[in-house]
Ligand binder design. Structure first.
Ligand code: FES
Length: 211
């Protein structure tokens, strides 16, 4: 069966995260905090995160999340702003941003759709879901559709994370609904959201998820 998931001839997935560093670029130093303009809300959010840890570098991941939310991706100005607030080099931040899949160092659409194509989901038809998701999203640049490794919700395989909302088990026809729900600006696949599933604790089942 053909699939959009890139694979070696023996069947393993091509990792795709090994882009080489550009060694011809001059090393970036510490940005001068006095000359880097940082949006006030972003600065405050990063400083709040730094205050939670004995070593402020522990706040790099929440700081990058905040910068990506503000800028849309971990762009050079975004990294420079985080670096100026945290007293780190942009290179240090870029090393972290390029390691973790949830950060993007290239422009991306605002809607992150991560289709899990790891083993449990694959066995339940994830490649078909992924292909269908690509078809449904088409070339609309607002959708950032990616195949992802195990998202830790194998019990609802095949599943996807849509802007952080876990949904599953998915059928190929659900992908059109995901796109329609995102375009409508509402919640995605309400009937398939992991957080709304009934659990053994009756107290938890009475929780108001929309509060
Ligand atoms: S394999 Fe898909 S969530 Fe674990």
């Amino acid at each position: 069966m053909s699939s959009g998931v890139p694979r070696f001839a023996h069947g393993s997935r091509v990792p795709g995260w090994d882009t080489a560093a550009d060694l011809s670029k001059p090393a970036a130093g510490y940005p001068d905090p006095a000359t880097v303009e940082v949006p006030e809300e972003l600065r405050a959010e990063i400083e709040r995160a730094m205050a939670k840890y004995p070593d402020p570098r522990s706040a790099v991941i929440p700081a990058l999340h905040a910068a990506q939310r503000v800028h849309g991706w971990c762009s050079p100005p975004a990294l420079s702003q985080v670096a100026a607030v945290m007293g780190l080099t942009p290179a240090y931040l870029e090393a972290i941003a390029t390691f973790y899949d949830m950060f993007s160092t290239t422009p991306k659409g605002p809607h992150d759709i991560y289709v899990c194509t790891n083993i449990s989901c694959s066995l339940c038809g994830a490649d078909e879901i992924y292909d269908s998701m690509l078809d449904s999203a088409g070339d609309d640049p607002v959708f950032n559709v990616r195949a992802f490794e195990c998202l830790g919700a194998c019990d609802i395989a095949p599943m996807a994370s849509v802007n952080g909302e876990y949904v599953g088990p998915l059928e190929p026809e659900d992908t059109d609904r995901i796109v329609a729900d995102l375009r409508a600006g509402g919640e995605v696949l309400v009937d398939k959201q992991l957080r709304r599933r009934k659990v053994a604790d009756p107290e938890a089942n009475t929780k108001d998820f929309d509060a």
